[in-house]
Write a protein that binds this ligand. Structure first.
Ligand code: GAP
Length: 486
């Protein structure tokens, strides 16, 4: 079972440091009229571009369909999401180990896993507009001709019969391009875990129930992409394969559904925007005996965020048969030999990011002006604190920079001196920075600064000595989305 870290020591430390931050005076400069609205996908895309989170890839060459580049804040947010996943897998438990396997694996891996034969979507071509569509998703697609209609509905549409299209990207390994050099970019990170089962068993001194976790890029030549970073051809996955005695599989499946739902809500996603949806028998993947999807209420409706599957012994048995290597566990105590069953929580990094951004996006009126704010959980916010001189004179920028230099080693911070203070607050709000430190005239007299809270807009005065402590305390405090109604 999972061994939860004791937080008692952390709590004590936290209370001690909180007491040190004593001199507090409230100064509220901004008052907000809450008007929480849910964003459209276009608004999210616009904010991500405006603030340098995510850009369409290869824009200088006209773009390349559905691929995206992550800018500075996108990288920081993505890293924080991945770090929180690793923390939940490795730091908060002691029954999971990490791996980082190769993207290009032996082609027979994909034969054994069933991807070569079965990782397909039904494809139809339109002979008129030359576009291609997923035959099972025609209701979500648009014909290439105007006025826009569903494929097959226009008078000139001429759809071919459906044929199966393999989603794996093919490449060649080495200088000779022939059938012997064919290889594939991995369509999931999971197989790199199964083919390392024996190595991990041998070298990591683990026994079932135990897990192997991996984060990495996967590639799928999706017929239909779209909805921004929701479905792309190149994306990152966070997958964990949990190996259990067969009789315990159902119990662990339930455990991982609960744990993974909790991960999202702990990081601030509103529970009403999440749901667990069991797959019907006709939707199950070839390897799965039971799967439930965690779905999120994206702007285009509830859609899959993560799948939690009971893969049974499918993968280990397949790889054992194809490689001739025994992939099983021998229990020294019971003298029992068995092929462990696998429970797999499989999440998408990019999709999780999109859900965190959508859930956090908010607009409200502040003193007659609209402000857009990303109410991200402070633990995943790209920058934790902006350090801002009130004005660009009277020594404030220099003092602000000194303060920034003194705290940046302890907490991710940003120094921001260009433009009016109001504009700089709005900028930090839009990138989701939970706290702002403002250096003003009083700072130069008594060495205190104002600490502004992104969500409540409350400002308190704190001494510079102890500022990093005050911020660290806030970062470890429980956090609840202000968008949640009581
Ligand atoms: N190993 C099991 C597996 O790969 P999956 O449901 O196909 O299962 C897991 O993928 C997760 O990966 C999905 O829930 C989703 O978050 C993400 N994902 C899958 N295809 C994606 C795509 N084309 N673009 C972005 N994310 C994708």
């Amino acid at each position: 079972m999972a061994a939860r870290l004791s937080s008692a020591a952390g709590r004590q430390d936290h209370e001690h440091r909180r007491a040190a931050v004593s001199s507090v005076r409230r100064v509220t400069e901004e008052t907000a009229t809450p008007a929480t609205t849910e964003p459209t996908l276009d608004e999210v895309v616009a904010l991500c571009k405006r603030r340098g989170f995510i850009f369409p890839s290869s824009e200088t060459y006209g773009g390349v369909g559905s691929t995206y580049d992550y800018g500075h804040y996108g990288v920081l947010l993505k890293n924080n999401v991945k770090a929180e996943w690793w923390r939940s897998m490795l730091q908060e438990r002691d029954d999971i180990v990490a791996i980082d396997s190769a993207i290009i694996q032996h082609p027979r891996v994909w034969e054994a896993s069933g991807h070569l034969a079965g990782f397909t979507d039904p494809l139809v071509d339109c002979r008129t507009c030359k576009l291609r569509f997923r035959a099972d998703k025609l209701e979500d697609a648009q014909c290439g001709r105007k006025p826009s209609k569903r494929p097959g509905e226009g008078p000139d549409c001429e759809l071919t019969d459906a044929r199966e299209f393999n989603l794996m990207f093919e490449t060649h390994v080495g200088p000779v391009v022939d059938s012997a050099s064919v290889a594939y970019l991995r369509p999931e990170t999971a197989q790199g875990i199964f083919i390392n089962f024996k190595n991990v068993l041998q070298f990591a001194r683990v026994k079932p129930p135990f897990g192997i976790a991996q984060i990495g890029k996967s590639f799928r030549n999706e017929i239909t992409t779209g909805n921004f970073i929701f479905r792309t051809r190149e994306f990152e996955q966070m997958e964990m394969e949990f190996f259990v005695p067969p009789a315990e599989a159902e119990r662990w499946h339930q455990h991982w559904m609960d744990e993974r739902m909790r991960w999202y809500t702990d990081l601030g996603i509103r529970p009403d925007n999440l749901m667990l949806r069991p797959h019907g028998a006709d939707e199950l993947s070839h390897y799965s005996s039971a799967t439930s999807d965690i779905e999120y209420r994206f702007p285009m409706g509830f859609s899959e965020l993560e799948g939690i599957a009971n893969r049974g012994d499918f993968d280990l048995t397949q790889h054992a048969q194809h490689s001739g290597e025994k992939l099983e566990y021998f229990d020294q105590q019971t003298k029992e030999r068995y092929v462990p069953h696998v429970i797999e929580p499989a999440a998408g990094v990019d999709r999780a990011m999109l859900a965190f951004i959508v859930d956090a996006y908010d607009t409200e009126e502040v003193e007659g002006r609209q402000r857009t704010v990303l109410r991200l959980h402070p633990r995943i916010a790209p920058v934790k604190v902006g350090v801002l001189p009130l004005v660009s004179k009277e020594g404030m920028p220099d003092r602000a920079r000194e303060i920034f230099e003194s705290i940046r080693g302890r907490i991710p911070a940003e120094f921001d001196e260009g433009g009016s203070i109001g504009k700089r607050y709005r900028r930090q709000d839009e990138i989701g920075t939970p706290w702002g430190v403002t250096v003003d005239g009083q700072t130069l007299e008594d060495d205190t600064v104002t600490l502004r809270d992104r969500d409540s807009l409350e400002q308190v005065r704190v001494p510079v000595d102890g500022l990093a402590d005050a911020l660290e305390v806030r970062l470890t405090e429980p956090w609840r989305s202000p968008k949640l109604s009581d």
